[in-house]
Ligand binder design. Sequence first.
Ligand code: ATP
Length: 141
Amino acid sequence: MPGIRLDIVTAERMVYSDDVDMVVAPGSEGQLGILPHHTPLMTALLPGELRIKRGGEELLLAITGGFLEVRPDKVVILADAAERAEEIDVSRAEAARKRAQERLTQQRELGIDGARAEASLRRSLARLKVAEMARRRKARR
Ligand code: ATP
């Protein structure tokens, strides 16, 4: 019986809601593994990959940031955006990556701080990484 209720929500939708064995998230202080009976905590999340272990299977998602809260009864992830690996549109993420990199080059030339382009780049790289991890995993099967 999986031991933790996990809810992943964004402003747009409920991305995931089920009982799981473990969740590994990109915490702002490093990778964070949450098992049942973890002490309550609240942490910010960075763009990266989110792994959900459930009954011997591992589900991969891309997350672009947000917050994770461990409550006594469940784990809640309030995500800026989150997509399951199979939902990721690789060409869209690739286009976003290219656009962000071009903006960063232009901004650096003009001496402008490219924080927004940096953030966009990190989101696109998280999506591309997760899509690639899922592709490799599928090829191994
Ligand atoms: P883009 O510039 O392509 O819009 P973005 O990083 O600015 O990318 P977000 O603001 O993070 O996009 O997300 C907006 C919405 O679009 C969210 O619902 C997110 O899940 C979805 N989304 C963004 N990029 C992708 C993608 N490559 N594949 C699937 N869904 C995506």
